[in-house]
Ligand binder design. Structure first.
Ligand code: NAD
Length: 251
C-alpha cells in the first residue's frame, strides 16, 4: 500500500487523469479529497471509492478561486485530520489559435486555470503539509510545456504548462528542507475528454508517439502515484515525462 493512510487532494477529479488517479490512490490506501466543478461526478466517484473500502470526501468548485483552494485544505483537515499531499491536476486546453488571432480573454483564462490555480493551491497546501512534517505536491504539466514543436495554436496552453515546471522548481527549492517534495508530471496524449473522441484526431496524436498510441488515463495515474509515494523519496524538482516518447520525436 504505497499511499497507506495518506490524505491527498486531487483536482480535476471529475474525469480523465484525475478520476483515474483518485481510484489508483484510493486502491493504494489513500484518503482522497476530490475537487473539480461537476459535483455529481465527484459524488459518483466517491461512492465507487467507498465501495472499495477506502475513504473519500468531495467539494465542487473552481480552481481559479483562492477560497476554493483553502476550502479543499480545510476539508482534508476536517474529514481526515490533515493533509499529506496534493495532485493539482485540473486544466483546460482553451481555444487554439495563432497568437495574433488569440483573444486576451482566452489567454488569461488558460493561464488562470492551469497556472495561477497551481500557485493558489500550493499557497494553501504547503502550510498544512508542513504541519504534518512533510509530504509531496504534484502538478500536471504536459509534453506541450516541454517540447511544443509541431503543434499549432497552443501558445497559452504551452506557456501555462511550461510555467508549471518553473513553479515546481521554485517550490522544490524553497520547501525541500521542510521535507516537502514538489514535482511536475508531463503526460503525452491521453484518452480523456480533453482529447475529444474524433478517431482521426486520435490517430494523428497516436502517430506522434514512438509507442504508436495514446495513453490510458490509468497509465498516467500510475506515474502520479509513484511521484507522490515514498518510492520517489529522493525525487524533487523534476519534470517527469510519461509521454510515450512524443517529446523525443518533437524535439
Ligand atoms: P479532462 O478534461 O478529462 O479533465 C480536466 C479536469 O479539470 C476535469 O475534472 C475538469 O472538471 C477540471 N477542471 C477544468 N477547469 C476547472 C476549473 N476552472 N475548476 C475546477 N476544475 C476544473 O482532461 P484530462 O486530460 O484528464 O486533463 C487533466 C490534466 O492533464 C490537465 O491539466 C491537462 O492539461 C493535462 N494533460 C492532458 C493531456 C491529454 O492528452 N489528455 C496531455 C497532457 C496533459
Amino acid at each position: 500500500m504505497l499511499l497507506d493512510k495518506k490524505t491527498i487532494i486531487i483536482t480535476g477529479a471529475s474525469s480523465g487523469i484525475g478520476a483515474a488517479a483518485a481510484l489508483a490512490f484510493a486502491r493504494a490506501g489513500a484518503n482522497v479529497v476530490l475537487g473539480a466543478r461537476r459535483a455529481e461526478r465527484l459524488d459518483a466517484l466517491a461512492l465507487q471509492i467507498r465501495s472499495l473500502g477506502s475513504q473519500a470526501a468531495t467539494l465542487a468548485g473552481d480552481v481559479r478561486d483562492e477560497r476554493y483552494a483553502s476550502e479543499l485544505v480545510a476539508l482534508a483537515a476536517f474529514e481526515f485530520g490533515g493533509l499529506d499531499s496534493a495532485f493539482n491536476n485540473a486544466g483546460i486546453m482553451g481555444e487554439t489559435a495563432p497568437v495574433p488571432e488569440m483573444k486576451p480573454a482566452n489567454w488569461r483564462n488558460v493561464i488562470e486555470t492551469n497556472l495561477t490555480s497551481a500557485f493558489l493551491a500550493a499557497k494553501h497546501q504547503i502550510p498544512a503539509i508542513r504541519e504534518r512534517g512533510g509530504g509531496a505536491l504534484l502538478f500536471t504539466s504536459s509534453f506541450v510545456g516541454h517540447s511544443n514543436g509541431g503543434l499549432a495554436g497552443m501558445a497559452a496552453y504551452a506557456a501555462s504548462k511550461a510555467g508549471l515546471v518553473g513553479l515546481t522548481q521554485a517550490l522544490a527549492s524553497e520547501h525541500g528542507s521542510e521535507g516537502i517534495r514538489v514535482n511536475a508530471l508531463l503526460p503525452g496524449g491521453t484518452k480523456t475528454d480533453m482529447a475529444g473522441d474524433d478517431p482521426a484526431t486520435h490517430d494523428f496524436i497516436a502517430g506522434l508517439h514512438p509507442l504508436g498510441r495514446m495513453a490510458e488515463p490509468a497509465e498516467i495515474a500510475q506515474a502520479a502515484l509513484f511521484l507522490l509515494s515514498d518510492a520517489a523519496s529522493f525525487v524533487t524538482g523534476s519534470a517527469m515525462l510519461a509521454d510515450g516518447g512524443v517529446s523525443v520525436r518533437l524535439g
